[in-house]
Design a protein around this ligand. Sequence first.
Ligand code: NAG
Ligand code: NAG
Ligand code: NAG
Length: 383
Amino acid sequence: MGFLETCSSTPMALNLNLFHFYIFVLVACFTCPIVCISSHERSQAALFVFGDSLFDPGNNNYINTTTEFQANWWPYGESFFKYPTGRFSDGRLIPDFIAEYANLPLIPSYFEIDKQHFVHGVNFASGGAGCLVETHRGFVIDLKTQLKYFKNVVKLLKKKVGARESKQILSNAVYIFSAGGNDYLAPFSSTNLTTPYPDREYLQMIMGNLTSVLKGIYKEGGRKFVMLNMVPVDRLPNIQALNLQKGVKNGDFIKKITSLVKMHNSGLPEMLKQLEKQLPGFKYTLFNLFKVFSESIDNPTKYGFKTSTTACCGTGPFRGIYTCGGKRQVKEYKLCKNVKDNLFFDSFHPSELAYKQYAELLWNGTPDVVAPYNLRSFFELST
Ligand SMILES: *[C@@H]1O[C@H](CO)[C@@H](O)[C@H](O)[C@H]1NC(C)=O
Ligand SMILES: *[C@@H]1O[C@H](CO)[C@@H](O)[C@H](O)[C@H]1NC(C)=O
Ligand SMILES: *[C@@H]1O[C@H](CO)[C@@H](O)[C@H](O)[C@H]1NC(C)=O
């Protein structure tokens, strides 16, 4: 900008160096815009976010659903935003921290892009959503619909910045996913431990649908994909509380869930390797959230927490009954005094402080937790 101003206010000075002066101005005018634009583009890869409640910034505030799939009331948001945004935590989530580390603004919810800039990315995630349309059907935005919304954004982007620049934005962008957990949890109830299909077949369906969505984004020009694997679902306060309830034989329930998580987490890298073989230029990185989550539950004090078994907000054993705030079925709930003491904010979801530590590992971590790239290098990766 400074150089351009110099260009337009070229003094009419008459001196012997006039010629050199003009040369200098000319060079400055030509180099500045090029340098500025290219470095700008390199440092600003956009971030598109897909998946479930681990990533939902408040998309479910805008759909017709039940309170089970919403978190837009107090005390959600109490630590950072100071008002309930719809995030299922007391503050920021992993994508919020990643955006910060990548020098991006907060990535807006899909339903707010008419009010906010979306050239830095959009968040489509929906609490309760899975890879299958059956998962909490009618109450969430399933992954297939998230892809449809992404395609709407691509159209808007082309209109806004033109075909050439939108192509560049889309291929440079990072696409991050947290998906699958709800597909395995949704069919369970306290008395029924049956998945709707044999386990292997169910996994194939989930991977198949996830693959279709990744291919859909690839077709629009997306190249850089980040996957989170599934957390140790059996250790969530809600599942621990459910396990205590009558009607479930102790052990069976936990054993069943543990084996599904294991199956999913070994299927995920296979699926990604296949896609890498099939699709030229397809790049991915996989975050072992299972590992870092397990470690933080095993060593709460190392991560700065007093407890990793009891949620901050909820009721019943482990505060594992899913109620936090006045809008859910159980009106009475307990809230811890110091939210920094608890790894879990509610009976399913980590607190902001836990998310921050996971996000740091995703951004900066070593190959035992994020491979083949951490996000710091993945953002820099040229396509
Ligand atoms: C929302 O869902 C409820 C229950 O399924 C239904 O009765 C109502 O008409 C829906 N409202 C809208 C605006 O779709
Ligand atoms: C248990 O769930 C499965 C799959 O959702 C269903 O097919 C089956 O009928 C259920 N069994 C009982 C006893 O409710
Ligand atoms: C996607 O899931 C549906 C069930 O929702 C299933 O019928 C279909 O076969 C799956 N697609 C793939 C490619 O696996």
